[in-house]
Design a protein around this ligand. Structure first.
Ligand SMILES: [Zn+2]
Length: 120
């Protein structure tokens, strides 16, 4: 039994992608290009996939070029930057690198209710 490329669950004989992920990919294609993250989540939640599976799908990084989530973050960053007149050319790989650097950043213990001084 092959494992699904996206969620790593059983995909079925000769199947690279399971039924749920196939349905989510179809939804992603239906959305075209101008969707928000909220639109995407609504579309994915309309499939029979569980929330845990949706998370795995968004975080799947098939070619090591960044996940679907990274791709969308990159696109939204570019759109926003364009709107404020400071065009950028962020892509999913750059978002992935930033995300991974962020994980390595030492965490400053915060008191409850205190804002992270590095995030403003
Ligand atoms: Zn799957």
């Amino acid at each position: 039994m092959a494992k699904c490329l996206y969620c790593q669950e059983k995909a079925g004989w000769f199947q690279a992608v399971c039924g749920d992920c196939k349905a989510m990919l179809a939804k992603l294609q239906e959305l075209g290009t101008g969707f928000s993250f909220r639109d995407l989540l609504d579309a994915l939640m309309a499939t029979s996939a569980s929330n845990a599976k949706i998370e795995k799908f968004l975080d799947a990084d098939l070619r090591g070029q960044g996940s679907i989530r990274d791709m969308i973050t990159a696109r939204m960053t570019n759109e926003l930057a364009m709107r404020v007149g400071q065009p950028t050319d962020t892509d999913s790989l750059k978002v992935k690198q930033i995300r991974e650097e962020e994980k390595k950043r030492p965490q400053i213990p915060l008191k409850p209710g205190q804002c992270d001084p590095l995030r403003r």
